[in-house]
Design a binder for this molecule. Structure first.
Ligand code: GRG
Length: 295
């Protein structure tokens, strides 16, 4: 199967579960469910669910368990995009090629939809479908909370907001910011299968190394798309960082060195996978995909 077909299959399986998890009830609260569905089922790449499923396949984890973790991480991702687009943050009108959640609904509904997606993610992980062993479920809940919270994505977003007024930030500071903002959730996605498979320390460390390099390569590609991509392709506004005078990998390194750095990171990420042999081929292809993508 090609990488594109595997990515599409992972997206389809994740969306089927998300569709079931976010059903719309009767009653006035239906509006928040509509907003949740609008955001989480919008056409995105579903890269994080793909990483969960590909990581889980290394350890022959049951598909049902892996899908629960895949859905949980996409729920957190969708929440982060809703909140990131709000007027108090990036103030964006376009996401995944559609009006952002607060434009399609309203600001208060968008905030609530984000909150509800985030909390639903933990409910999903805590369900017995995720794993028969409550200790494993607990470990996943803790890992996702750490990746999404103030020591992970939220903390990274805080630094990012401060960075808008600090064009002097150097490459070390930007790397730290991005490891928290986007890297932490990507790392959770890569390691979730190892948690579900109760695997020993060494393979987990290898996946952590892979995720670390992949996350940075992903972010450099995102910065490159901001200067070289189009809103038509990416489905979101471009040239946002430069307009805000923000320090990014591209503003510091320039386009060519940033691209070379991303290539270097992809090579490094792939080398971390040696111990898994052919089983990790989709993860190898995912590493190339994150820097070759146009969206
Ligand atoms: C508001 C708590 C809070 C956090 C927001 C992740 C994030 C922090 C904001 C997203 C803004 C952004 C564009 C970050 C760059 C990297 C990134 C997460 C891009 C979007 O992820 P993709 O490319 O999107 O995987 P799709 O739509 O394909 O799922």
């Amino acid at each position: 199967m090609s990488f594109e077909a595997a990515l599409a299959e992972a997206a389809q399986a994740t969306d089927t579960l998300l569709d079931r998890l976010v059903g719309v009830p009767d009653g006035l609260e239906a509006r928040v469910f509509e907003a949740m569905r609008y955001a989480v089922l919008a056409p995105g790449k579903r890269l994080r669910p793909f990483l969960v499923l590909a990581g889980a396949q290394l350890f022959s984890v049951a598909q049902r368990s892996a899908l629960q973790a895949a859905a949980a991480v996409e729920l957190v991702h969708a929440y982060s995009l809703i909140h990131d687009d709000l007027p108090a943050m990036d103030n964006s009108d376009l996401r995944r090629g559609r009006p952002t959640c607060h434009k399609a609904f309203d600001e208060a509904t968008a905030i609530l939809a984000g909150d509800a997606l985030l909390t639903l993610a933990f409910e999903v992980l805590a369900e017995s479908d995720t794993h028969g062993d409550p200790a494993v479920r607990c470990e996943l809940v803790t890992a996702l909370a750490q990746a999404a919270g103030a020591q992970g994505m939220v903390g990274g977003q805080m630094i990012d907001l401060i960075a808008e007024h600090r064009p002097d930030l150097d490459i070390g500071a930007i790397t730290h910011l991005q490891r928290m903002k986007t890297g932490a959730l990507i790392a959770f996605s890569c390691e979730a299968g190892a948690v579900l498979g109760k695997v020993p320390h060494e393979p987990r460390l290898a996946l952590r190394g892979y995720a670390h390099d992949l996350g940075l390569a992903f972010q450099i590609a995102d910065d490159l798309l901001d200067v070289q991509g189009s809103a038509g392709e990416t489905g979101k506004p471009v040239n946002q960082d430069a307009a805000a005078g923000k320090a990014t990998f591209v503003s510091i390194l320039g386009v060519d060195r940033a691209r070379a750095q991303a290539e270097l990171l992809v090579g490094q990420a792939i080398r971390h996978l040696e111990m898994f042999g052919e089983k990790a081929d989709f993860l190898r292809l995912a590493a190339r995909f994150v820097i070759d993508r146009r969206t």
